[in-house]
Design a binder for this molecule. Structure first.
Ligand code: ADP
Length: 479
């Protein structure tokens, strides 16, 4: 049983806010964690402590910070198995996926630490004789990080590590459904980093809202749903804090002329079903050339039907439950609405009962055919193991359907035709574009989206510096 409060200014402080529990989504009768949430007053204390700590931290050298981040990542890896178990127990994903998430979060962290160690400015030409012009970067200040439940370590690490590597202090408010992992990270930070540089406050929406509104917060990095992203955008209008919002997706794979359709469907299945489809980068639409439609449906159904649903802690489980009852109800309602409107269930299509997992939030991996692009299931994020398959007659038709959604996160095309591929690269309205493979991103590449999928600098990659630092033009006149 996890039992955590809040890491504020180097100490674990019992919350004055609401207490809450987390449940094992595979067996919801089992309480996994108890947390005492931080009050608005305590969040203010945390922000003040962060400001004070950051004033000292920003004076440390990049070499010192690089060493501190390396020690922190090593400390995280020393608890890798415990962290992976905490992810599976609260989030539900198979333990192998949780282990992979821990490893990826640390690999990304090391690359971001190296990124913060690279040259960070410019020497510019001058307009006036005797004056040298430079552009320098400084740490932004206090960063508020708000994270969701689908990646309980990856998303917090993606925010904590660049924040501190670039000389900021960070306050993390993890999801109320999966806080244990973030609290273990807080223990590692408490042991290895100067006090106040990394703090963790627990709570629900109200705690996040207090944190992002605080006037001493200079930057807000958020990953989560579009409505909450918009609420944070509006809330920060008052403080004009810098924003980096990573929101949802309605990601599509376009299958035009896959040389090896089987290999293509393997990748689509992985991208659709990992984390039970609860990933912002999950593929949730397949747009397929009409002559490949029937073979695609057959191939997807046989792959989806091979899924082993179960408790993520059991060896052999390939898909865990959805994270909570609300998510299960939402996925079920969206599929039912689609079927009512004429979609055909190729496989799955309902919640699933699993022996030994009473009341678990399982949903059978689902493929839907005969879907109209106007249906809600073809336009809105499902966040479940549900794939809709639509046929196209030309690449214009495919690109039209691809871009006719509000999101713009990631996309893939399978084609051996150069002209088709070139058009996709130019016209896919997404932050990430993959050709002839699934949507798995590299650890060092910019990660983010356009349109309703995100605002501000992408996380990880070279451009993240634009969020984590401020820019200053310097003019130096010799005496
Ligand atoms: P989901 O968890 O379904 O992605 P959200 O986007 O609402 O949904 O949640 C992501 C994170 O945002 C969670 O940590 C949640 O507590 C937090 N949160 C929710 N509402 C707000 C808000 N108005 N301001 C700040 N944080 C919020």
């Amino acid at each position: 049983m996890y039992d955590y409060s809040n890491l504020i200014d180097g100490e674990w402080i019992t919350g004055e806010g609401d207490a809450f529990e987390t449940l094992n989504p595979a067996r919801p009768a089992e309480v996994v964690g108890r947390y005492s949430g931080a009050s608005a007053r305590q969040i203010t204390v945390a922000v003040q402590a962060a400001s004070a700590a950051q004033r000292a931290w920003r004076r440390s050298t990049a070499v010192e910070r690089f060493a501190a981040v390396e020690a922190f990542v090593t400390g995280v890896l020393a608890r890798a198995e415990e962290l992976a178990v905490s992810i599976t127990r609260e989030q539900g994903k198979p333990l192998a996926e949780s282990r992979g998430e821990v490893a990826k979060s640390c690999a990304e962290a090391r690359i971001m630490a190296a990124q913060a160690f690279r040259s960070q400015g410019d020497v510019m030409p001058s307009a006036r004789p005797g004056i040298r012009n430079m552009v320098v970067r400084r740490p932004r200040g206090v960063i508020a990080a708000i994270t969701p439940w689908n990646f309980p370590i990856l998303t917090p690490m993606r925010k904590i590590v660049p924040a501190i590597a670039f000389g900021n202090a960070v306050i993390l408010k993890p999801s109320e459904f999966t806080p244990s992992t973030a609290c273990i990270l807080a223990e590692v930070a408490q042991a290895l980093l100067p006090r106040g540089i990394v703090q963790v406050v627990n709570g629900k929406a109200a705690a996040g809202s207090h944190l992002v509104r605080h006037k001493e917060v200079a930057g807000v990095t958020f990953t989560g749903s579009v409505p909450t992203g918009k609420a944070i955008f509006a809330a920060t209008a008052d403080t004009l804090a810098e924003l980096s919002l990573e929101l949802g997706g309605k990601n599509a794979a376009v299958v035009n002329d896959a040389g090896d359709l089987g290999a293509c469907l393997d990748q689509i299945t992985g991208a659709a079903c990992m984390c039970a489809g609860q990933r912002c980068t999950a593929i949730s639409r397949v747009l397929v050339r009409r002559d490949l439609y029937a073979a695609t449906l057959d191939g997807l159904a046989s792959r989806f039907n091979a899924t082993v649903l179960g408790d993520g802690m059991n060896a052999g489980t390939t898909m865990g439950p959805l994270v909570n009852a609300a998510q299960l109800a939402k996925v079920d309602a969206m599929v039912n609405d689609a079927v009512r409107d004429g979609a055909r269930v190729v496989c799955g299509g309902s919640p699933a009962k699993i022996a030994g997992c009473d009341g678990g939030y399982f949903y059978a991996p689902t493929v839907l055919a005969d879907v109209d692009p106007a249906m809600r299931i073809a336009r809105e994020e499902v966040f479940g193991p549900v794939l809709v398959v639509l046929a196209f007659d030309s690449i214009d038709h495919a690109l039209g359907m691809l871009n006719d959604v509000d999101f713009g996160l990631t996309s893939a095309i399978f084609s051996e035709q150069n002209t088709v591929v070139q058009r996709f690269i130019d016209e896919s309205e997404n932050g990430m574009i993959h050709v002839n493979h699934g949507t798995i991103p590299d650890n060092h590449m910019p990660f983010g989206g356009i349109r309703n999928s995100g605002v501000g600098a992408y996380s990880v990659g070279p451009s993240a510096i634009n969020f984590f630092t401020t820019e200053h033009s310097v003019y130096i006149k010799g005496q």
